[in-house]
Design a protein around this ligand. Structure first.
Ligand code: ARG
Length: 445
């Protein structure tokens, strides 16, 4: 990495001129990990800065030439950042300062015009907003991918008999298709939820400055459209008040998907034990033990299950920070770490699930063996009811004969479970139609 030059060689603050000295312990405390977290926001901050500059050009504050110089410098900065030759580190108070210092150093006075009509308050808000939109795209796509893999597997294995449990006790006969389709429908809902959150956060806070607007006719709508926002976040103070609130919504969307995943992972960790033995995981999802030569452990599935803690804790952390009056408060900076941590951890987990679902194998013999004769008692009572016996009476009769029950052929019995959505009528086509419809809500990348 080239040694940084000029003003970028030492820690400098945009607002330092005319202020007193800066104590290191204090600056470490206020900037903290913030500038490092800004690496996640940096490219979005650069894009938003370019859009702001183009907006300033449209109202005559920046000349056409300055605009083109600044925008190419911003492109260069982005390329250098991607290549690793520009490192965002604690030489800077934050990513926002780094951008302005870079432009000033390279373009002189034109760089000094960039912050006209802008505050770091709306700058961080817009960068975070673009980050959230990008991750909502990823989240909805991940949910769609998991729903798709579960549905495709249900279509491929619709009718392997499998026990259905309530209270974790054997309850009634069920099937591979019914179990898988549950997750296809769940992840479709989580996709839908995330898409709805995506619509709420799809608004531009840029041009609200410190939270109260400015005495310049900023082209806020033009800048919002330039950045691909669906609408303007109109009220300047709300642009600040919604910080943390929107972050919480995005994390909530991640949490819903992660809770679906936790259930799937829980089922898999049970169904792959010797005791159940219904499912075999693909080899790359299994690890060994450092001491016990006989062990094949489902570590991946367990970490998928445990990972839900990260977005859940992140939501709590943000909610604790949000007890605030209106307007920008520096406390809001503390919503950044939990947002990034919670979202990145969730996406990392969700992305590996489709291959897991595709690769897992049912063990039909073990599933069939686990359906005991007593599990047909409800069917027998209902058969009697259909023949006219009041259900309560049929229930009692079946209960008295529990020990004498003989298991019918499992396949034939599944074929009779015709209630819509049940084993004989999984309505996978309806689940697929809805998934296709919800997929059209995945926002553009
Ligand atoms: N790092 C700060 C944050 O995340 C940037 C905004 C600073 N604004 C200010 N008025 N000090 O909130």
């Amino acid at each position: 990495v080239d040694a940084p030059i000029g003003i970028m060689n030492m820690k400098t603050y945009l607002w330092q001129e005319g202020s007193g000295g800066i104590d290191k312990a204090i600056s470490d405390f206020t900037a903290g990990e913030d500038v490092i977290l800004d690496r996640h926001l940096f490219e979005f901050d650069i894009d938003a800065t370019a859009a702001h500059v183009r907006g300033l050009e449209r109202i005559g504050i920046v000349s056409a030439e300055e605009c083109s110089v600044l925008c190419s410098l911003l492109d260069e900065l982005k390329a250098e950042f991607r290549a690793g030759s520009f490192v965002l580190d604690d030489r800077f108070e934050d990513g926002h300062s780094a951008i302005e210092m870079y432009l000033t150093e390279k373009a002189g006075p034109a760089g000094g015009r960039v912050h006209t009509g802008r505050s770091r308050n709306d700058q961080v808000a817009v960068a975070t907003r673009l980050y959230m939109k990008d991750r909502i795209h990823e989240l909805t796509a991940a949910c769609a991918g998991i729903a798709e893999s579960c549905l495709a597997k249900a279509e491929a294995f619709p009718d392997l008999p499998m026990p259905g449990y309530t209270h974790l006790q054997r309850a009634v006969p069920s099937s591979s298709g019914l179990w898988l389709a549950a997750f296809a429908e769940a992840f479709t809902d989580s996709l839908s939820y995330a898409a709805a959150v995506g619509e709420i956060v799809d608004c531009s806070p840029l041009g609200t400055a410190a939270g109260y607007g400015v005495n310049l006719p900023l082209d806020r709508d033009g800048v919002a459209a330039d950045l691909g926002f669906g609408r303007l976040q109109v009220n300047p103070m709300y642009a600040q008040n919604s910080r943390g609130k929107f972050e919480g919504m995005v994390l909530q969307a991640a949490l819903h998907a992660m809770q679906d995943l936790r259930r799937l992972a829980w089922d898999l960790s049970l169904f792959t034990t010797s005791e159940f033995g219904f499912i075999q995981l693909p080899p790359e999802y299994i690890t060994g033990s450092s001491i016990m030569p006989n062990k094949f452990n489902p570590d991946v599935v367990e970490l998928l299950r445990g990972r839900v803690a990260t977005p859940e804790a992140a939501i709590l952390e943000i909610q604790s920070v949000l007890s605030l009056p209106s307007g920008y408060q520096r406390d809001l900076q503390l919503t950044k770490a939990p947002l990034i941590r919670g979202v990145e951890a969730s996406l990392q987990a969700l992305r590996i699930v489709p291959a897991l679902v595709n690769g897992m194998e049912f063990k039909p013999g073990r599933m069939r063996e686990a359906i005991s004769a007593d599990m047909y008692a409800t069917d027998i009572a209902l058969e009697q009811s259909a023949a006219g016996v009041p259900f309560r009476e049929a229930y009692l009769q079946a209960k008295q004969k529990l020990d004498e029950l003989e298991a019918p052929d499992a396949d034939a019995s599944l074929a009779q479970r015709v209630s819509p959505g049940g084993c004989a009528d999984l309505l996978l086509d309806r689940i697929r139609a809805r998934l296709e419809k919800e997929k059209s809500r995945i926002p553009a990348a």
